[in-house]
Design a protein around this ligand. Sequence first.
Ligand code: PEP
Ligand code: MN
Length: 337
Amino acid sequence: MIVVMDNKASKQEVQQVIERLTDLGFQIHLSEGVERTIIGAIGDKAILNDIALEAMNGVEKVVPILQPYKLVSREFKTDDSVVKVGDLEFGGTRIHVMAGPCAVESREQILETAEQVRNAGATVLRGGAFKPRTSPYAFQGLEEEGLKMLAEARERTGLKIVTEVVDPRNVELVCEYADILQIGARNMQNFLLLKEVSSADKPVVLKRGPSATIEEWLMAAEYIMSGGNYNVILCERGIRTFETYLRNTLDLSAVPVAKHLSHLPVIVDPSHATGKWKLIKPMAMAAVAAGADGLMIEVHPNPAQALCDGPQSLTPANFSSLMNDIIKIAAVFDRTI
Ligand code: PEP
Ligand code: MN
């Protein structure tokens, strides 16, 4: 539930409400706005009937949150959340593009790609170092060596780093190198992993599971937020449908729906959604038109030689051309890249 305090409520009155709720076992999330203070309280709603919160001094009203996800919901926070990654802001007017190879393959590959995507206007470098794949015989990633290469690319280019963490035991290690943790689609409901990143001091990109409903996706975000990490960026990356022409089906409606139901920033990954490089540009443009706050795009210096996801990877030249068109679409909506 949300306790909306009167705009004249004193600090002491706010404190009294917090103490009362804490004593009753509620978890408190305080939001001190310019106009008024709002106290989010998560806990057993059955207790609510027995406490006359609205009778307490300074309380204007008590609003129950009807959705199963609480901290994630628009009811809990009406303004858009801005997730800060250093000096970058996700969820503001600027659209951020995360780009890079599916996997870090070598020092040369990642450094070259980093420079090229930075020159084209990306602000975040992506690249997987831990790559458990559909087949156990496929390339599995360079692990910590790959993380070190990403860190070197950041030093050289100034790009921020996003990389996937697949194992709760590796969260600490990945945090040493990454600016943003990525939870992959297949791990969206790996609740132990979600709990582990919920106490990490890094923003999290949470990909939607291939078969997850929007509600399940938001519940996964709730896991991360309820553990204290409020810096969650949702990522739509295509869902599994009866269609077989594409790798997945990009659910673009998920962008406005997630933004309606939640205050969190939403980005789109057209690479994994389509699996085909020729479709990346049109789908990226559609994503921006649908209101996405960012994009995640796979770029490889030589897609034909890529160890992972070559068919959906853009060449640096094609990525640059995509960025030129994205800038135009973004401008229509008063957004910048
Ligand atoms: C990735 O971004 O490299 C990846 C594996 O994506 P997804 O989890 O969306 O399949
Ligand atoms: Mn990939």
